[in-house]
Design a binder for this molecule. Sequence first.
Ligand SMILES: Nc1ncnc2c1ncn2[C@@H]1O[C@H](COP(=O)(O)OP(=O)(O)OP(=O)(O)O)[C@@H](O)[C@H]1O
Ligand SMILES: [Mg+2]
Length: 263
Amino acid sequence: MAYPPPLPAVAVHALAIGHGERPSPLVEGIEFSVAPGEIFAIIGCSGCGKSTLLRTMVGLLPLLAGTVLLFGKKMVTVDCAGHGALTRNFSVLFQGGALWTDRTLGENVALPLLRRGGFSPKEVRDLVDCKLSLVGLGAYADFYPHEISGGMARRAALARALALDPPLLFLDEPTSGLDPVAARRLDRLVAELCSCQGMAAVVVSHDLAEIGGIVTRAAFLDANSGTMLDIGSPAALARSPHGAVREFFCENHANPQPEETVP
Ligand SMILES: Nc1ncnc2c1ncn2[C@@H]1O[C@H](COP(=O)(O)OP(=O)(O)OP(=O)(O)O)[C@@H](O)[C@H]1O
Ligand SMILES: [Mg+2]
């Protein structure tokens, strides 16, 4: 018996995004879908609306038109307070990936588990150990955020986002501000989670050089035209018929990352 194809993790149709106080959409006609196991990027210049799109997809901003389906279910907008109840089948690593500064890394990672409930204290401890070890921070459970580096803090935020084994992870500029080695480690970890566990990832970035090695496809948002100008593999986008997309790639490739020296 043939099984039906799996539902897309994300399906965005004729989406228009923006901020309430502005009369016209920032970007409209956004159209893409992301399959389980895929790493999809939202790219474009600073201010083009990438974070706005991410916040709309996760239900933190109202959409102006169109639909967003997550695993076939319509996303409904919620306020921040009610958001926790809906984040059952996805997690978000926000731009900056803030940790609670008055809690240890272990307590930060435990938070989603305690909020969800149903875990014994030992299960919480084991899961916290497991997720911190996954991001290479197994020995740092008792450290506070101010006692670790920026790269470690980003990985700890990733451990927290992975606490509930989400089948879908949204990441907003996960590697910005990290050195190239730390950035590539984080990229590799996301790539492994997607290929080994079938997790889907939607990564927002203004720098494809940082994430180009792991994404399967990307959508390019353009503030000038207010449209999603192009979509495709990084190789196809580099040959885009749109000058703005090609220019973006030239800019990115004009500043190549240094070769990695640490395994
Ligand atoms: N809360 C808000 N209210 C009104 N306008 C906003 C708000 N947040 C962002 N904007 C505007 O929406 C536009 C897109 O912002 P957004 O943060 O989505 O850009 P971005 O592509 O993520 O940029 P960056 O690469 O710098 O993170 C900008 O012009 C910004 O000024
Ligand atoms: Mg942003």
